[in-house]
Design a protein around this ligand. Structure first.
Ligand SMILES: *Cc1c(COP(=O)(O)O)cnc(C)c1O
Length: 642
């Protein structure tokens, strides 16, 4: 990594970490070099210093890693979505209204659902459930009688009975038929219970995406009803005299739609299906466009998997104007619009803060490399090479020296395997090899032209920062689907980062690492970070983690849920925020219990063993009691490193 010769500014930090590009207005870098959070879209001057939040958490004894949730960001996103739809509908003179629903599966946390329902109540913003447990939650929390409860997912009898229960208490529960047989089941039950269902039909879309998106859409297209099935459903419902129950046409072509063209095409196709069905006498009132509104995780505004080439208002305009034009052409009424954006509502609102607890550096160790009698010729050769490099200035043989060093190191390994090179000699070769690479890297900064072969060196010399978290619990999408997530040090951004690093977690799994970062134009394998200062904590934030991975983490290595704080902005406070709630993460006791252990019995077993050792005089009673207490404290404690 280059030593920076020019002074470092906040602009340089921005150009390195691209906070503004992915931050969507919610994050920036303050003059103090700390990350700032601007949690209210309508109050750009209200800024929370993330470092101050961390300080306050530490003063309360909250251990890291931890999740920080900004409830105002959730509210802001819900308001922005609803206002954008309302304003666009008004500007377009569109005749229908907007009834959004939040898909519970994207973040099922009660506090998240409560905040979303509360922020959305004046817009009649509802919930979408995709399973029985989610429906049970939606029925209890979406109590607004004017908002919709949309039911997707495969359904059994109980699921359908719960839907009808919702109707009995005056909720607008719409059962979306994913599979033809569900329709028969639903009608049977509705007749038994003497209640008229509200039915949605999910259409299997023909629209095909291109590039990265194609795969996801192709897979999703297996859900829903084909056109033939829809027509059969219409005939069936007409014969049952229940065609007036069909109110909604639903589609969902996949999450994280990176290309706006896919949305335009889907709207085009869906409005045609709607228009034709309407003309056949199906009294449709709503079109549900599903989810898919994407998050620009890497800030590139492109069709990269972790990005998107459009923003919220373009998305909404394409939907509203698309339906308007197509419906006008077909002379059918403009339907109410439903959307099920989940990712876009929740991704920004939470981040994971972890502390770096150490550095793993390949070239960190020094070993005495002085000449010894009888040393192997390879050792003398690499020593000679190091000397040559020392007198090389502005010359062009760095590349040659690098190649020689690589070769000598590999020869040394072979000689060692053949038993003709000692461990001592091998350690010397290794040490000099890394010193040579470090020196070449220093010299590279003064070269006018850096040969391509030398580019490997920075990668070879990069450090691994050991961060106190588990990728499997806290950044599941980065592990499972190669999602690029913004990662930024929380402070010291007014200081030049001097090390290229990747991150490794504390699980005993070599997959437990993050090595995809936002680069300048592409995805980078390393991220520039600061030198660790043993006296200070070094906190880094993993941002935009509020959708899906927030609730999908697993307990690999028995690392459990994280401590959580919920932050609410408050203008009158000197720091502009307060910690509204602290939710303790899993204790060791908790995670063991979920795996069928009984911690109390385990403590008894250890106590008995220690008592035996005391009885045999091997452990002093006082020490024994302390050991038992220590074991029990650890059972009670946090699963991560202290
Ligand atoms: C997952 C899902 C959503 C949410 O999609 P996002 O891309 O997160 O907005 C919406 N509707 C259905 C049917 C889903 O399965």
């Amino acid at each position: 990594m280059k030593t920076v010769l020019t002074p470092w500014s906040i602009d340089d930090a921005e150009n390195t970490y691209h906070v503004k590009r992915w931050g969507n207005g919610y994050f920036d870098i303050g003059e103090s070099g700390d990350i700032q959070v601007i949690p209210r879209y309508d109050q750009p001057n209200l800024k929370i210093n993330l470092k101050e939040v961390i300080d306050e958490m530490q003063s309360k004894g909250i251990q890291f890693p931890a999740v920080i949730r900004f409830h105002d960001i959730l509210r802001s996103q819900v308001e922005l979505l609803n206002k954008t739809f309302r304003n666009t509908i008004e500007d377009a003179n569109y005749q229908g209204q907007y009834f959004g629903v939040f898909p519970v599966k994207v973040n099922q946390m009660r506090e998240v659902i409560e905040e979303i329902v509360s922020a959305g109540s004046r817009y009649n913003y509802g919930l979408e459930a995709g399973s029985k447990p989610e429906l049970i939650a939606a029925l209890a929390y979406n109590t607004n009688k004017n908002s919709l409860t949309i039911l997707n997912g495969y359904k059994d009898d109980e699921y359908l009975r719960l839907a009808l229960l919702g109707l009995k208490i005056d909720r607008k529960v719409i059962v979306v038929i994913e599979k033809y047989s569900e329709l028969i089941k639903l009608i049977d039950l509705a007749k038994q219970l003497k209640i008229k269902p509200i039915i949605g039909l999910r259409v299997k879309m023909m629209v095909k995406g291109r590039g990265k998106w194609e795969h996801s859409s192709g897979e999703r297209a297996k859900f829903g009803l084909s056109i033939a099935e829809i027509l059969n459903a219409v005939t069936y419902l007409e014969s049952e005299g229940l065609i007036d129950c069909v109110k909604l046409l639903h589609f969902h072509i996949g999450s994280q739609l990176t290309d706006i063209r896919a949305i335009k095409e889907a709207v085009q196709e869906a409005s045609l299906v709607y228009s034709k069905l309407f003309k056949l006498g199906v009294p449709l009132e709503y079109i549900d466009v599903g989810g898919g509104l994407a998050i620009d995780y890497d800030g590139s505004q492109s069709t990269n998997d972790s990005s998107c080439n459009y923003n919220l208002s373009e998305y909404v305009s394409d939907i509203v104007y698309g339906f308007k034009q197509n419906c006008d052409l077909e002379s059918v009424p403009h339907p109410h619009i439903v959307s099920e954006s989940g990712r876009a509502m929740t991704a920004h609102h939470s981040c994971v803060i972890t502390n770096v607890i150490g550095e793993i550096h390949p070239s960190g160790t020094q070993y005495f490399t002085g000449k010894a009698t009888g040393e192997h010729i390879i050792v003398s050769n690499i020593r000679e090479l190091e000397k040559n490099l020392a007198v090389t200035d502005r010359n062009d043989n760095q590349q040659e020296i690098y190649n020689d060093a690589v070769q000598l190191k590999s020869q040394a390994m072979q000689a060692f395997k053949l038993g003709i090179l000692s461990l001592d000699d091998l350690a010397k070769v290794e040490t000099m090899y890394w010193r040579i690479l470090n020196e070449i890297e220093q010299q590279m900064q003064h070269l006018d032209f850096v040969p391509e072969a030398l580019n490997d060196i920075s990668q070879l010399l990069s450090s691994q920062y050991l961060a106190n978290f588990s990728v499997f619990q806290s950044a599941a999408d980065s592990w499972a689907i190669d999602q690029v997530l913004p990662i930024v040090p929380v402070s010291r951004l007014n200081e030049a980062p001097t090390k290229l690093c990747s991150l490794v977690d504390i699980t005993c799994d070599s997959d437990g690492k993050i090595d995809k970062f936002i680069g300048n134009d592409t995805v980078a394998n390393n991220i520039p970070l600061h030198t660790l200062n043993p006296a200070d904590d070094y906190f880094i934030g993993i941002f935009l983690t509020g959708a899906y991975q927030d609730v999908m983490g697993d307990m690999h290595n028995l690392f459990g849920r994280l401590n959580e704080v919920h932050i609410v902005s408050y203008d009158d406070d000197p720091k502009d925020f307060y910690i509204e709630e602290v939710i303790k993460g899993s204790s060791v006791d908790n995670v063991l219990s979920t795996m069928q252990y009984t911690p109390a019995i385990m403590a008894q077993i250890i106590k008995k063993e220690i008592d035996d050792q005391i009885a045999r005089g091997k452990i002093k009673p006082r020490e024994g009691v302390n050991l038992i207490d220590f074991y029990e404290d650890c059972l009670d404690g946090y699963t991560y490193l202290k």
